[in-house]
Ligand binder design. Structure first.
Ligand SMILES: [Mn+2]
Length: 338
């Protein structure tokens, strides 16, 4: 941390700052310029609360120089982390597309979905059993019964399953049905108690970006999970809220290279919830892969018009197949495989 003092800061005020730093077990380096004094902290500055320094008399500004996140930072772990999900590798050279319906509806719908996901060449399947809906009167998901339906359909095609966890009280059901990847939804990105719980599990976690979260808040949420011992975290950009009303959210493509620089963990993109319309999904998916995403989370329904949830953003099985062909070409162009 570097502390810049006011031009008229007194010796007593400088001494007060030095004392505060030393009280936290850090050492100081005082640099006296012609106009102002700058104090540098030596040691692990995470012990020091920036606000408590900023509030001291005579301080103009205190700045952190070390990042507040550690386990998830590339600074401390140079190589990409590759997560093994029942033999499916995410974060390596191969791009993974996770396809499936917004929500688990019926046995028949799940069987057709699993077949379509498999036929398109995807290696993992998504589906919601517990649904966070904007309205309490909308379909809330089948819950535990949905997990059973999902597991049965996916197992027929050997597909690992990805599904959202909303409440710590359902963790046991997730373990019972062997959920392969837990998804933390956008609305729960800063539900710190939930993050701490999944941090104790030995199951990979997809952490979706909060709809108005900054990159640094998102990284700190991942650090919460990592601090508990679970380092298998996958970031998922799913669109952020801006002033624009022409589409559901704005897909933040810029977040992909920024995250790849800041963290060694895999980064995937959800083009379905970003655009909110099926016709936008191919363009957004292509942009995401070209920008360096390690995978996609795409909504697909055997009959989108009949979907109980997010009907207007689901691809048809044929559209998913076509998308996979285009993405294969892009992957080849950037030296990756699909
Ligand atoms: Mn959805």
């Amino acid at each position: 941390m570097i502390i810049v003092m006011n031009p008229d800061a007194s010796e007593e005020q400088i001494g007060g700052v030095v004392k505060r730093i030393k009280d936290f077990g850090l050492d100081v380096n005082i640099s006296r310029g012609t106009e102002r004094t700058v104090i540098g902290c030596i040691g692990d500055e995470r012990k020091l609360d920036i606000e408590s320094v900023d509030a001291l008399p005579g301080v103009e500004q205190a700045m952190n120089i070390v990042k507040p996140y550690k386990i998830v930072a590339r600074e401390w772990h140079k190589e990409n982390t590759v997560i093994d999900i029942k033999g499916v590798k995410l974060g390596g050279n191969q791009i993974q597309v996770i396809g499936g319906p917004c929500s688990v509806e019926t046995d028949d719908q799940m069987e057709k979905s699993a077949q379509a996901v498999f036929d398109a060449g995807c290696h993992m399947m998504r589906g919601g059993a517990f649904k966070p809906r904007t309205s309490p009167y909308a379909f809330q998901g089948h819950g535990v019964e949905g997990l059973a339906m999902f597991r049965k359909a996916a197992d027929r095609h050997n597909l690992p399953i990805v599904t959202e966890l909303m409440d710590v009280r359902t963790v046991d059901a997730f373990l019972e049905y062997g959920v392969d990847v837990i998804q933390i939804g956008t609305r729960n990105m800063q539900n710190f108690d939930l993050l701490k719980e999944v941090g104790k599990l030995n199951i990979p976690v997809i952490l979706k970006r909060g709809l108005s979260a900054t990159i640094s808040e998102w990284l700190m949420s991942a650090e919460y999970i990592a601090a508990g011992g679970n380092h298998n975290i996958i970031f998922c950009e799913r669109g952020i809220r801006t002033f624009e009303k022409a589409y559901r959210n704005v897909l933040d493509v810029t977040a992909i290279p920024v995250l790849k620089k800041e963290t060694h963990l895999p980064v995937i993109v959800d083009p379905s919830h970003a655009g909110g319309k099926a016709w936008m999904v191919p363009a957004l998916s292509q942009a995401a892969i070209a920008a360096g995403a390690d995978g996609l989370l795409v909504e697909m329904h055997p009959s989108p018009c009949d979907a109980w949830c997010d009907a207007d953003q689901a691809l048809t099985p044929q559209e998913l197949k076509n998308l996979m062909v285009t993405l294969g070409a892009i992957a080849g162009a950037i030296g990756r495989t699909l």
